[in-house]
Design a protein around this ligand. Structure first.
Ligand SMILES: [Zn+2]
Ligand SMILES: [Zn+2]
Length: 323
């Protein structure tokens, strides 16, 4: 090998390792920061869905509690605030979505009052305020969200007193909750948000939401057994985000779990039928509940169960993915 050729090979090798380092850097930084790396999965236009939390009550470290962000340009709309919501929003902001900087979180919608969807509420109320949010936080949800808001504010009364009256000189904390009925619950220049009723066992009210945003229609199920209203709201919608369980999963701690699941949640087979009737551009599966007799059910198996009878585009969602 002559000198110039060896030089070229070395240059190439150096270039290749530089490229590799550049590709791996975001993953390394994300891992170092403790949050999963963000994956852009195709859609990067004006209206994006960012999965902040795809979990259930079970505290898997890589699956934060249920929380989804719809981002239209520089404005974010949250659906649900499960545990971890603010840390995940901060991670998404750090990884390239400035609309999710926590001080900009001012609009949220709640599907239902189950604790796995609401335990992050004090976090949503207080952390962005402590970090400098000046605008009012507006939260829309089923009957009971106004009451819950009152109690959360009371529970942290000493904190807000010390912060506003003491040396921190914090601005007043502005929060407004809205008990809403099914129908159009919110509109602005970027979105129209419609709440629709979904059946979730013994809950008197649980909602799914439909976002008519610029260029895209996004429907999110919340927790639900099969819902014809959901199908009516997603007729060829662009994105359907839906909960699921596998029929092979078991809930040994619950005496009547087969009846419970049928009333509260949607099986993979039922979800396939829902997707066949609603024909979404993409089906994103989240909030996968239940465990198999031998532990966690592999994602591949959940996908295969759905794909037995549904042949459209379907993915298992993960925290911090963008669609
Ligand atoms: Zn849930
Ligand atoms: Zn629930």
């Amino acid at each position: 090998m002559d000198m110039s050729c060896r030089l070229k090979t070395e240059e190439l090798r150096a270039q290749r390792s530089k490229l590799l380092a550049a590709a791996l850097l975001p993953w390394f930084l994300a891992l170092a920061g403790g949050a999963p790396a963000q994956t852009v999965t195709g859609h990067t236009g004006g209206t994006k869905v960012i999965l902040l939390g795809t979990g259930t009550p079970r505290p898997f470290p890589e699956r934060s509690g249920p929380a989804t962000a719809i981002v239209v340009d520089d404005k974010a709309y949250l659906v649900d605030f499960g545990p971890g919501v603010i840390r995940r929003a901060a991670a998404a902001a750090a990884q390239g979505t400035p609309a999710l900087e926590v001080t900009k979180l001012t609009v949220a919608f709640l599907t239902h009052l189950h604790s796995d969807h609401t335990v992050g509420y004090p976090d949503l109320i207080f952390t962005p305020w402590v970090m400098g949010r000046k605008e009012e936080l507006n939260v829309y949800g089923p009957e009971g969200i106004e009451e819950m808001t009152k109690h959360v504010l009371q529970a942290w009364q000493q904190d807000s007193d010390i912060r506003t009256k003491g040396m921190e000189h914090a601005e007043p904390l502005l929060v407004r909750a809205h008990d809403v009925k099914p129908g159009v619950v919110y509109t602005d220049e970027s979105v129209k948000v419609t709440a629709f009723r979904v059946p979730h066992g013994e809950w008197p009210q649980a909602f799914g939401y439909r976002f008519d945003a610029r260029g895209r229609t996004i429907v999110i199920s919340g927790d639900t057994s099969p819902s014809s209203e959901l199908v009516a709201n997603c007729q060829k919608c662009d994105v359907l985000i839906h909960e699921v369980y596998s029929p092979v999963s078991v809930v040994p701690s619950m005496p009547d779990w087969t009846a419970y699941r049928a009333k509260y949640h949607t099986s993979t087979e039922q979800l396939a039928e829902i997707a066949n009737r609603s024909k979404p551009g993409i089906l994103i599966v989240y909030h996968t509940s239940g465990r198999g007799p031998n532990g966690r059910i592999p994602e591949e198996q959940i996908l295969q169960e759905i794909q037995k009878t549904y042949h459209g585009k379907v993915v298992i969602g993960h925290d911090l993915e963008i669609y």
